[in-house]
Design a protein around this ligand. Structure first.
Ligand SMILES: [Zn+2]
Length: 228
């Protein structure tokens, strides 16, 4: 009931994940102003776009989508920061849902058979307690009813620190990050790979590449953040 919600808000105020302002009883995780002004990419509306260019020719790719431009130092980085490092898995589910609702009518999800969150290594999963990409996928699945793919990929290790590596070294570094087994169920399927942010695209490329021996498989990619 709304009055209970209003009372709870008085006792335990909730704050916008982006700007830190107090949320109203109707708002969840993000205030109306921040949601309206998130710098959206709208890449889902264009088959050819800068995100798609990162994967072109490397994997069998159909479509790409990213909710917003993720630039270091911008307040909107707080979304991913809270999701990954502040034990707030529900932020992933929430933004997965609102992004899916936002682009549903564009037909972006048409023809997609499975959602596949990029896995974390066992060690990182134990550390964090959840996989943030899986939380985003759960939110999308709630809206679209597209199932999460069977867990046929394992992440063998996490990306080593890459701060001092150049782009080519980073790509080599991520080549054997994933191991795929029993992938027959994914034959001739269209998989939507999901991650929190795309930067160089090398992790997502490595993830898809571990599956490219599967007959007829093809991919689309969705992330919350896109780094220019
Ligand atoms: Zn805000």
């Amino acid at each position: 009931m709304t009055w209970i919600k209003a009372l709870l808000d008085l006792a335990y105020p909730r704050f916008c994940v982006v700007c830190g302002q107090k949320l109203s009883a109707q708002e969840e995780h993000i205030c109306t102003l921040c949601l309206a002004t998130l710098p959206r990419t709208n890449y889902h509306l264009h088959l050819e776009n800068p995100m798609e260019e990162k994967f072109r020719g490397k994997i069998p790719l159909e479509k790409t989508a990213a909710l917003y431009f993720y630039q270091k130092g911008n307040l909107s980085c707080n979304i991913i920061h809270q999701l990954k490092y502040k034990q707030q898995p529900e932020i992933g589910i929430f933004f997965g849902k609102i992004y899916a609702l936002e682009i549903l009518s564009s037909g972006f999800f048409n023809g997609i058979d499975y959602l596949m969150p990029v896995p974390l290594s066992t060690q990182r999963y134990k550390q964090r307690g959840y996989n943030q990409a899986e939380m985003i996928a759960l939110g999308i699945s709630k809206v679209t009813n597209i199932p999460i793919a069977p867990p046929v990929i394992k992440r063998i290790h996490n990306n080593p620190t890459q701060t001092h590596k150049n782009r080519i070294e980073r790509v080599l570094n991520t080549e054997h990050l994933f191991l795929a087994e029993s992938t027959e169920t994914l034959s001739y399927k269209h998989i939507l790979l999901i991650d929190d942010v795309v930067t160089t695209g090398s992790t997502l490329t490595a993830c898809a590449s571990s599956l490219t021996n599967t007959s007829g498989i093809r991919f689309s990619i969705l992330t919350l953040g896109y780094t220019l």
